[in-house]
Design a protein around this ligand. Structure first.
Ligand code: GN1
Ligand code: MG
Length: 377
């Protein structure tokens, strides 16, 4: 009861109280919001005076992650596996720094989470002396972002996929998103805003693209592996000079999937120089030079585990994932903004337009992107 009073009166005192329930390496000296995730609430917790290494405190969105304890079980399985692998680092890591966020336990019961009423909290180590970019600066960044994703995939390529739970059913299963779109549109019927007709037409033109990855999976051409699930540009941490990738963060979607979701997501995010939150959606383009750099970095670590069929599906995956994200934003707009956090009405619609424009640009350069993939095989 007293906790709830504190929460209403002083949110930072309530956050401090939550943070202090974790076994952190020092007293809490400050808390501030961190990043701009679309789903969870994230804070940076500073410890001690002078400040010691900081901690990331997160409230998982339990409307999205209905089994948050399984999310944490995946994260623990992932971090233990990678910690073992890093005892004998792969040769690509020679002379480089690579970090894996560490999970803190609750003081009361040693579990890697804290429930506070219906809120689910976790605490992870913060990657110090690093930055994340919202938009790409130059091809050196793209190469490192590709390297980071490749290294991440390499380090978990021998983690048995059966050891991870499917914590977000339907995530990146594009046909499921199309069904949800059809359902929401069906409920709206004739009341759909006429200003959306370009977006609705775009979806109609792309129905054939939707099942491509899932069909390849069902046919055994592509197989499930552990994936990151959300390797967009701002989830790859670079050192302060922007010269080296040092970590992948945002690990709540580490789960079984196709690595093509990751490769496609990383490309659609990092090769869009205007960024996914631009107002200028008509100017959005997929940058071939950045794609070449990113895939060069990815390929330099990924050759050991990529199959010929994997290479064959990289370009289509980039189209599918940019289209899929546009479809998810559009559906959420139609449904009244219930999934992604928004800053204003129409935000999700603008985000959808950005992704659809990006998909158009990828389509227009299809053959050139295939040639880039061929060069890394
Ligand atoms: C969401 O919450 P955030 O920003 O890390 C979403 C991703 C999208 C991304 C688009 C669980 O990620 O799938 O690609 O927004 N995460 C979930 O920015 O739906
Ligand atoms: Mg995420």
């Amino acid at each position: 009861m007293s906790d709830q009073t504190t929460c209403a009166d002083d949110p930072s005192a309530a956050l401090t109280a939550i943070a202090e329930r974790f076994d952190l390496p020092g007293p809490v000296s400050g808390i501030e919001p961190l990043g701009n995730g679309n789903v969870n609430d994230t804070y940076l917790v500073r410890l001690g005076q002078p400040p010691r290494p900081a901690v990331v405190l997160q409230r998982l969105n339990t409307l999205v992650f209905s089994n948050p304890e399984a999310v944490m079980a995946n994260l623990v399985a992932f971090s233990e596996h990678v910690a073992r692998r890093l005892l004998q680092p792969p040769r690509e890591l020679a002379g480089r720094r690579w970090e894996v966020p560490r999970v803190f336990q609750s003081r009361a019961d040693g579990l890697p989470w804290v429930w506070e009423g219906s809120s689910f909290w976790r605490a992870l180590s913060y990657v110090e002396r690093a930055q994340s970019l919202e938009r790409i600066g130059h091809s050196g960044h793209a190469r490192e972002i590709g390297f980071g994703l490749g290294l991440f995939h390499q380090l978990i390529s021998d983690l048995p996929v059966e050891s991870l739970a499917d914590t977000l059913e339907g995530f990146h299963i594009t046909p499921t998103y199309l069904s949800q779109f059809d359902q929401v549109l069906g409920q709206l019927g004739a009341s759909t805003d006429p200003g959306l007709s370009d977006c609705l037409a775009f979806v109609e033109q792309h129905r054939g693209l939707v099942p491509v990855l899932e069909q390849a999976k069902a046919a055994g051409i592509l197989r499930q592996r552990p994936i990151h699930g959300d390797p967009k540009i701002n989830n790859v941490m670079l050192d302060l000079e922007g010269e080296r990738a040092v970590a992948l963060i945002d690990l709540d979607t580490v789960k079984p999937g196709l690595i093509h979701y990751d490769i496609g997501d990383c490309l659609r995010s990092a090769c869009n120089p205007l960024g996914e939150d631009t107002d200028d959606w008509r100017e959005v383009q997929f940058d071939l030079g950045l794609c070449e750099a990113l895939l060069g970095g990815y390929g330099s670590v990924a050759r050991s585990f990529l199959t010929p069929a994997d290479y064959d599906h990289i370009v289509v995956a980039t189209r599918v994932i940019s289209f899929e994200l546009g479809l998810r934003f559009l559906t959420d707009h139609l449904a009244g903004d219930v999934y992604f956090k928004t800053r204003y009405r129409g935000h999700n619609l603008l985000r959808a337009r950005v992704q659809f424009q990006l998909t158009r640009s990828i389509e227009a350069q299809d053959a050139a992107i295939e040639a880039v993939v061929a060069a890394i095989r």
